[in-house]
Ligand binder design. Structure first.
Ligand code: FAD
Length: 412
């Protein structure tokens, strides 16, 4: 059996990649190890409105609009923003995306797990000529020109290919999300409550209409506590959640890392969480998964059209050109700064960020805000110097030029 493209993983990243390739007339197979797309839901289900527009996704009855975002610090300082978002039903959203790929002509296999890669050769170069799949427990080999690894946070494709894509413990946050009914939340208002002992970890309360909400916690792995235990604690503590009953909950890891140094390896393209593209402070990764799925697919189409595997390298700089690249490095630097502090200093630092953000009406987690906090400049410099990738990013001048413009007093 032979396909032009095999996509591993039926999340948003994989679905967009499969749809884009199939629309361009390629022969595409998407495999998903679960028996149902998008189930169980491991998500806060929040997506920016512009992404739905960019991908021409219609608003369904079960998607709720919300445009007021409130970030509340442990000392109850508030930063409020207006930003059009939608609360999704991820089961509906994910299956819808996969159906679009199917409608465009992609084959979709459920209960099919990628279990290995088949080494091969093309144009004198070592590549992977296909993948080994366990389909409903039966072993099937499928040949493919290009493989898209969209297998999420626990991605194993890198390991199968012989490269290290594992996450360090400090680069993975613990999170639990629950859909709760009977809550007393304000419709259209999204709330992030930052947690005193877990800064910059937070509790989110995202209303879904009809007194339902997606409620969850996410925090860096500095304290040994199960996320669901913490979530249940806050459900008792917060007035608006006290009467709530959990319909279902899930917990999982969220990459809080820098993206893979290379988003391709031989003829494999990594997208979404598998490529570690999510935001290292908020944990959000849906938009990045979809955008990277599209960019990877566009590159794969070109590579097949010109019958040139070298074209796959373009995917890397195409991602780099996107705003996410610099944003992720900035957010990662701030995350590392938090990790370098004890609980008390973190709390003070967070309150400092909030004071400036509330006064200047800016997003709290920006380097421009960080450098205004006392005692952080030296620590920041140390982090930029000690981490090779951050140093290279800093040496490109972008953050430095930008920090100096905003009054940083040191030189690198
Ligand atoms: P995934 O959605 O994880 O999809 C990967 C798929 O690959 C899965 O279906 C998996 O079953 C499949 N798979 C894995 N291995 C194999 C294999 N070997 N063979 C076949 N299939 C395989 N982001 C936001 O933007 N907004 C939020 O509100 C938000 N809240 C979150 C809350 C929690 C608790 C968590 C854990 C994450 C949250 N995120 C949020 C992050 C977001 O869910 C991910 O960034 C996004 O789902 C990444 O999409 P993806 O397609 O890369 O991977």
């Amino acid at each position: 059996m032979k396909y032009d493209i095999v996509v591993i993983g039926g999340g948003p990243g994989g679905a967009v990649a499969a749809k884009t390739c199939a629309e361009k007339g390629l022969n595409v197979l998407l495999i998903e190890k679960r028996s149902r797309i998008g189930d169980p839901v491991r998500c806060g289900e929040l997506i920016p409105g512009y992404i739905l527009k960019e991908f021409d996704i219609g608003i369904k009855d079960c998607y709720n609009e919300a445009s007021n975002f409130e970030w509340v610090s442990p000392e109850k300082q508030k930063v409020c923003f207006n930003f059009l978002c939608y609360m999704l039903d991820r089961r509906v959203f994910d299956s819808d995306l996969v159906s679009r790929a199917e409608d465009a002509g992609a084959d979709v296999w459920l209960k099919s797990r990628a279990s290995g890669l088949i080494p091969g050769e093309r144009e004198g170069k070592s590549v992977f000529s296909g993948i080994k799949i366990s389909k409903y427990g039966e072993n099937v080999d499928v040949r493919a020109d290009i493989i898209v690894a969209a297998d999420g946070v626990e991605s194993q494709v890198g390991r199968m290919a012989g490269i290290d894509t594992s996450l360090k413990l400090k680069d993975i946050a613990s999170a639990a999300a629950a859909v709760v009914k009977g809550v007393n939340t304000e419709e259209g208002v999204l709330k992030n409550y930052y947690l005193r002992d877990f800064a910059p970890g937070y509790l989110w309360i995202f209303p879904k209409g009809e007194n339902k909400a997606n409620v969850g916690v996410g925090f860096l792995p500095t304290k040994k506590i199960k996320p669901i235990t913490l979530l249940k604690y806050y459900m008792k503590k917060m007035v608006e959640l006290r009467e709530g009953k959990i319909c279902y909950y899930t917990s999982g890891g969220v990459p809080m890392a820098l993206r893979l140094e290379k988003l391709f390896f031989k003829n494999i393209l990594f997208v979404g969480d598998a490529a570690r593209l999510s935001d290292p402070i908020s944990g959000a990764g849906l938009s990045q998964a979809m955008v990277s799925g599209k960019l990877a697919a566009d590159t794969a189409v070109k590579s097949i059209e010109y019958d040139d595997v070298n074209i796959l390298k373009n995917y890397d700089w195409q991602w780099e050109r996107k705003i996410y690249e610099s944003w992720q490095f900035e957010q990662y630097t701030i995350k590392e700064l938090f990790l370098s502090m004890d609980t008390y200093s973190r709390l003070k630092f967070l309150e400092g960020l909030w004071s400036t953000a509330a006064r200047e009406r800016v997003y709290p987690f920006r380097l421009s805000n960080v450098i205004k906090q006392r005692n952080t400049q030296l620590k920041l410099l140390k982090i930029l110097i000690q981490n090779n990738r951050l140093r290279r990013w800093a040496a490109l001048g972008e953050p430095l030029r930008w920090l100096r413009r905003r009054g940083a007093s040191w030189k690198l």
